[in-house]
Design a protein around this ligand. Sequence first.
Ligand code: PBG
Length: 328
Amino acid sequence: MTYGSFPGARPRRLRTTPTMRRMVAETRLHPADLILPAFVREGVAEPVPIQAMPGVVQHSLDTLRKAAVEAVSAGVSGIMLFGVPEDEKKDAAGTAGTDPDGILQVAIRAVKEEVGDDLVIMSDLCLDEYTDHGHCGVLDDQGRVDNDATLERYAEMAQVQADAGVHVVGPSGMMDGQVGVIRDALDQTGHEDVSILAYTAKYSSAFYGPFREAVGSSLRGDRKTYQQDPANTRESMRELALDLDEGADMVMVKPAGPYLDILAKVAASVDVPVAAYQISGEYAMIEAAAEKGWIERDRAILETLTGIKRAGAHMILTYWATEVAKGL
Ligand code: PBG
């Protein structure tokens, strides 16, 4: 619509002042949207910096407790724990992952003791942190990831993590049937109240790179036979239907930034809460570019998180959770 040579409509009016822009903003980040992923390393007294993730560390048990307390005061909703066992404890079956005194279980108990129910305590339910070959499951005699043998390991992991007091388990290995097997294992061991946050659409991504350093993984090969092909959308809808059918309480899309279309589609089609995981490589890119002075760090962080929420995420896992929550 134009009158003469002037615009008849002026959308810029709603952008004139900061308060005007704030008033008409359609998407607002809130500390309660945020979940902090945290790494805890066995046998260290001091936290160990992760080179490819400046500002993120492998916590000692002591600094993990402090990070949990800090997250609570900032208003963050949850913490997703990843265990980093001592190297000599890694083996083909990922035994440390089902040891009641394994590092993740110890970490769950420590955080629970420190903050109780003030944070939703979540745990990565996957074998890659504990296997010497770095895969998310156990291997068959030909070196392939054995789906059904892995499910048995996941069932045991679910039980020990729940015994340690976790509120939510996060199966991230992309084995077929994992949500159903874990639900059964939890129910049969008296853990009906432990929720499952299913990594529903988990893509085989180059952006997991820095995570490998974070958990000290020496993966041989790749995860393409179990994680999804970045080219696919329909496959995610199928994974979603299966996870819901098997009993997922919440579903997740991962990575976040390069998969906002998938996130929007998932969020539009389910009635359970939807999480998105802004992963290690998404974190590293912004930190690296900011360090070089190429982008404005804080604006870039908020822009990515706003985009993820706008696309439909109810919860966002981000390594910046505490920092961002404090600033909001
Ligand atoms: C698997 C797992 C991974 C991440 C979370 N859970 C690694 C992978 O699938 O290769 C990646 C998280 C990140 O990159 O920040 N245990």
